[in-house]
Design a protein. Structure first.
Length: 72
């Protein structure tokens, strides 16, 4: 996974956790604008989320953040 995508995921998770608490869930779409302006990056996130890790559509932000941080 690209470093820029890892950083974006961590930032979004931090924002969601700060606003809604540690039980907040999100999908990989949370890391992108409503307008799909970067299809290759969206597909990279989808591949990691769905194929590589077989995650549910919604997962806890703290779980996703921990998984991404463990990659570094």
């Amino acid at each position: 996974m690209k470093a820029s995508l890892r950083q974006k995921i961590i930032e979004v998770c931090d924002e969601k956790i700060a606003k809604k608490g540690p039980t907040v869930g999100l999908s990989f779409y949370a890391f992108f604008a409503n307008k799909n302006d970067n299809p290759p990056l969206l597909m990279e996130a989808a591949q990691w989320w769905i194929v590589t890790h077989e995650l549910d559509h919604f997962e806890k932000a703290v779980k996703i953040k921990a998984m991404v941080e463990a990659m570094a």
